[in-house]
Design a protein around this ligand. Structure first.
Ligand SMILES: NC(=O)c1ccc[n+]([C@@H]2O[C@H](COP(=O)([O-])OP(=O)(O)OC[C@H]3O[C@@H](n4cnc5c(N)ncnc54)[C@H](OP(=O)(O)O)[C@@H]3O)[C@@H](O)[C@H]2O)c1
Length: 328
């Protein structure tokens, strides 16, 4: 099979197209012909081994390969079609169109992927292309997880910092769908996109610091690792919740102190990316409550450009790589 591989950590140019053996499913696994995979910020961070939060470096390096990557095929979020199932698999059949997350197994930048049938997999709702379906799992699963942790009530004021990225674009939609007043913070080029997704107010962080308004928000979901902790907490109302997608070690310690000594709460959740959450997204996509946000689709041969586009932050939505030959 064809796969986009990386043999060493480094700039986008380390990605190359290569032939790899097609995997075979074990008894409890399904074999998926991948048609589309999202090129995520996390893929770029793992490829370059540069993280906005420094403490990620050591545990991830130990897990993923000290001198070079142990798993050469990146890609954690995908859409494709089941072509074969193992003897013990009951919940999927060949021909079904599925999307999901391969989590730390990665592998979605290759034409074929084997996953246990009880992994984070669900059928693609009718009417969604493979590219659209591949754009949902990373942002949708993480956004849903954070919004659930926040326990949003209708009428609450939710601010999403970094709202124009993969996670933020789904967080805006889910917060709106739960009846919140949503303020989206990102660079001004993303304002129209964010309003189109339902944001009530959009703040260009290069022009205005939302932290200048104290006690304004019930929930702040923050994708930006460099956010100042104390000033961000002051923008929260009493009993407000601050959720950090990219917590530094210091912020993790500060959040414990906050939770003990204040009515506010600060949480640094890592999304479990469960099947139940994916089924919830599947339902929301079916009813039109959630929309896939695709920026551009690149062929496998242009994977380097796809990663450059993600790193340039010029994109409006998810960058998707079409895996193999064209297929809707
Ligand atoms: N906790 C978890 O479980 C978890 C899971 C997945 C990912 N993550 C991490 O979460 C981070 C965000 O993920 P993502 O995929 O959504 O990233 P992303 O797509 O790159 O989105 C980040 C957004 O933030 C904007 N931004 C940058 N600086 C900002 C600032 N100072 N104020 C406001 N907005 C700013 C960026 O736009 P401009 O650059 O144009 O300004 C971009 O639109 C990644 O670093 C990823 O590794 C955490």
């Amino acid at each position: 099979m064809k796969a986009i591989i990386y043999r060493q950590y480094g700039a986008a140019e380390v990605l190359q197209l290569a032939d790899r053996p097609t995997p075979s499913p074990l008894a409890n696994e399904v074999l998926i012909r991948v048609h589309a995979a999202e090129a995520t910020k996390s893929d770029c961070e793992l490829r370059s081994f540069h993280f906005p939060v420094q403490w990620f470096w050591l545990p991830l390096r130990l897990a993923l390969g000290i001198r070079k990557p142990k798993r050469q095929i990146l890609g954690g979020y995908f859409a494709g079609q089941i072509t074969q199932v193992g003897a013990a698999v009951q919940n999927f059949a060949p021909g079904e169109r599925v999307f999901g997350s391969s989590q730390l197994r990665f592998g979605a930048y290759g034409e074929y992927l084997c996953l246990p049938s009880d992994y984070t997999l669900a059928t693609i709702p009718d009417g969604l292309s493979y590219a659209e379906a591949a754009a949902v799992p990373l942002g949708g699963l993480n956004a849903l997880h954070f919004m659930d942790r926040a326990g949003i009530q209708a009428g609450e004021h939710v601010l999403i910092n970094g709202a124009g990225g993969s996670i933020g674009t789904y967080a805006v939609q889910i917060a709106k769908q739960r009846g919140a007043q949503v303020t989206a913070v990102d660079s001004g080029t993303k304002a129209a996109l964010l309003r189109g997704l339902g944001a009530d107010r959009v703040i260009d962080y290069r022009q205005t610091d939302f932290r200048q308004s104290p006690a304004s928000y019930d929930v702040i979901l923050d994708m930006v690792a460099s956010s100042p902790y104390g000033r961000t907490m002051r923008a929260l109302r009493p009993k407000g919740r601050y959720l950090m997608a990219n917590p530094t070690l210091l912020k993790m310690l500060q959040s414990v102190v906050t939770s003990i000594f204040s009515s506010q709460r600060a949480l640094f959740a890592f999304a479990g990316e469960t099947r139940a959450e994916l089924h919830c997204l599947q339902q929301m996509l079916s009813t039109g409550e959630l929309k896939a946000v695709v920026d551009r689709v690149y062929p496998m041969s242009e994977a380097v450009d796809a990663h450059r586009r993600v790193e340039s932050e010029q994109r409006l939505g998810s960058v998707v790589i079409q895996i193999g030959t064209a297929e809707s």
